[in-house]
Design a protein around this ligand. Structure first.
Ligand SMILES: Cc1cc2nc3c(=O)[nH]c(=O)nc-3n(C[C@H](O)[C@H](O)[C@H](O)COP(=O)(O)O)c2cc1C
Length: 314
């Protein structure tokens, strides 16, 4: 047992990050059934779709699972009401102020975790009363902090500042990465990209195939003026870069982004015009595996790496 396994009542301190267009009930329940903590990604779901996924997840697993809610969400009040109505026990919030919803969720008996990209935000989350913090480094897939703090530097700095449990995210896809993060002071890890390339991920097969074919350096953090996001360098990304050469206004960037780019890319499989979010660690991911195989492999690698590390001698 450690702080994270006991906080969530799970076997392994591995959390599958909530991911728009990737983490529906199939992925979340498969991760939870394999001993990790699966999260349904509410960010790409209309409220009634989220309700359906929560109900299906309850039928697919008797293990704990949670919901990730990016707080930029337009229907946030409805989303939170559904979460409470459906008896969800764990919520990970991101992209917003942790003060806004933490007390409401806690009053309803929900364990609350907030995702941050700096130690200043980690302290704010702790002060807001969350049960744990996810500290997510610059390497991570999806939306990210502006400061570009890497996981290797972020985790020990956050660890110094907070006393509540700490979950590391960004660049972790193997048991070795997990051991490294936990050596730096994390109590558990949140893994995104590795689970995006899983059998149970709801993303389009075209997206999964481009992820496993990606080489080191295949992604870049961009659109910092809107909401910084790490993207695969496809045609849409090149269009964004071309626009940057003309010193665009924020409105011009918003207009190029348009609507539903992420859905088009990750869910509908348009690899040219769509927005394709993935982390730097995709360069290491070479196969699309079932969630259980990903977790079992990570745990075996973690144990192996631990044995190797104690043999180091200077
Ligand atoms: C395709 C994709 C979509 C994501 N969507 C969300 C999201 O909706 N909410 C959120 O808090 N984080 C989101 N993330 C971040 C993940 O939850 C996780 O923290 C991150 O992927 C960890 O870094 P890694 O990709 O290096 O494993 C997303 C990541 C990816 C790759």
């Amino acid at each position: 047992m450690n702080k994270i396994t006991s906080l969530f009542n799970i076997k392994y301190p591995i959390i599958q990050g909530g991911m728009i267009w990737n983490s529906g009930y199939k992925l979340a329940s498969a991760v939870s059934n394999a001993g990790g903590l699966g999260l349904i990604g509410a960010g790409s779901m209309y409220p009634e779709i989220l309700r359906e996924h929560i109900q299906k997840c309850k039928n697919a697993t008797d293990k704990p699972f949670g919901v990730n809610v990016p707080m930029l969400y337009p229907n946030i009040e409805e989303i939170m009401k559904i979460i409470v109505d459906e008896g969800v026990k764990i919520v990970f919030t991101s992209a917003g102020n942790p003060k806004t919803w933490t007390s409401f969720l806690k009053e309803n008996g929900i364990t609350v975790v907030h995702v941050v990209s700096s130690s200043v935000f980690a302290l704010k989350a702790q002060d807001a009363g969350v049960d744990a913090v996810v500290a997510e480094g610059f390497e991570a897939g999806g939306h990210n902090g502006r400061e570009e703090t890497t996981t290797l530097t972020l985790i020990p700095m956050v660890k110094d500042k907070i006393s509540i449990p700490l979950i590391a995210a960004g660049g972790i896809a193997t048991g070795r990465g997990m051991l490294a993060a936990m050596t730096l002071g994390a109590d558990g890890v949140q893994v995104g990209s590795r689970f995006a390339a899983s059998v149970e991920s709801s993303s389009h097969d075209n997206f999964k195939q481009i992820v496993v074919a990606l080489q080191e350096g295949g992604t870049q953090l961009t659109l910092k003026e809107l909401a910084p996001v790490r993207l695969i360098k496809n045609k849409f990304y090149q269009d964004v870069q071309q626009l940057y050469e003309k010193c665009p206004s924020k409105e011009e960037l918003v207009s190029l982004l348009g609507r539903a780019r992420a859905k088009r890319g990750m869910f509908e499989g348009d690899l040219e015009e769509g927005e394709l979010e993935i982390g730097q660690i995709a360069g290491l991911i070479k196969d699309i595996l079932p969630a259980k195989a990903i977790i079992d492999t990570m745990i075996a690698e973690f144990e192996q790496a631990k044995r190797e590390v104690v043999r180091f001698d200077f």
